[in-house]
Design a protein around this ligand. Structure first.
Ligand code: MN
Length: 313
């Protein structure tokens, strides 16, 4: 059984005892308290050692201390970095589930788009047939076509767009991109669950972009909680047709928004964050100044600084 040991102060242990007050169980000899949560057992000893055991002990342990500093190398080897309590069972991929994915996070120009899509298990073969797969392996033209098919098939989905002005505002307020993505995924899923009522999915899979505990903490900071049966997995679009459908809808929306913004700017805004991007940003700066850039770009990216080199007029 994987386990993690932390050495904590007695004050800290008291905090843990309060935190797990509702999950306390009979205490073994020499222990201050013992508790059991859905993903681990916790035992705190008078020596200050706190033992976390179970399916995913690092999920609980990481709330209280740094695992790497405190865990002996022998025990560390039993902890896989990628495992967490929110990994989906492989049966989820063939069941009726929601998948959620985003686009635009690495692009200097354009919004972040997040789409959640619901695919019933009966629809999975049909979606495979029309070419629904990881959007990274599709051209933008193909993505547009498949997205249109998905809409025609009336696949239930929801789409949220964080436009650049709002993005820049939140970023100035101290929001990380991780927090923005968290709130966008959460919002997209909430909207879709509402739309589907009274039907409920067998599960919800988010293409993982951060550790589940930091996703949950971001939600907490906005007084939101994780919905039921939410799972996280990296590269989920390669395993789940619902996540792949979400990734296609999100990408199609991003491409469409980029076209709109290009028209508005009067020039073609390139995707990505390359040198070509710096040049175009430079010409917007030269023509209209920084305020204008706020409408089109994620201005905290290093591209803004580099663009000034091209702003020679
Ligand atoms: Mn993704």
């Amino acid at each position: 059984m994987p386990q993690v040991v932390l050495k904590l102060s007695h004050e800290k242990i008291q905090m843990l005892k309060n935190y797990y007050a509702r999950s306390l169980k009979a205490c073994p000899p020499g222990a201050i308290f013992a508790a059991k949560t859905s993903n681990s057992s916790i035992t705190a000893y008078k020596s200050g050692k706190v033992l976390f055991q179970g399916a995913s002990p690092e999920t609980e342990a990481s709330k209280w201390g740094s695992i790497n500093e405190n865990t002996s190398s022998k025990k560390k080897s039993s902890i896989q970095k990628s495992t967490h309590a929110y990994a989906p069972a492989s049966t989820l991929f063939t069941s009726s589930h929601i998948g959620s994915d985003e686009a635009g996070t690495g692009d200097y120009f354009g919004p972040i788009t997040v789409a959640a899509a619901y695919v019933s298990k009966e629809q999975i073969p049909l979606l495979k047939k029309i070419g629904v797969k990881d959007s990274k392996n599709l051209t933008d033209d193909n993505i547009q076509l498949i997205a249109r098919e998905l809409v025609k098939m009336k696949i239930p989905y929801s789409l949220v767009i964080l436009h650049n002005e709002k993005y820049n505002q939140l970023q100035k307020k101290g929001w990380t991109q991780g927090k923005m993505k968290t709130m966008l995924h959460h919002h997209a899923i909430t909207k879709l669950l509402k739309k589907m009522e009274p039907d409920k999915p067998d599960g919800i899979l988010i293409d993982q972009f951060s550790q589940p505990h930091s996703y949950i903490n971001h939600l907490k900071s906005e007084k939101e909680v994780l919905q039921e049966k939410v799972y996280f997995m990296t590269k989920a679009e390669s395993y789940s047709i619902a996540v792949a459908a979400g990734s296609i809808i999100a990408r199609a929306s991003f491409v469409k928004e980029m076209d709109k913004l290009s028209k508005l700017a009067g020039l073609t805004l390139p995707k990505g964050a390359s040198q070509k991007v710096d040049k175009v940003a430079g010409s917007i700066l030269a023509k209209s100044g920084e305020v204008e850039l706020y409408k089109y770009a994620k201005v905290h990216f290093a591209n803004t600084k580099k663009a000034e080199n091209y702003n020679t007029k």
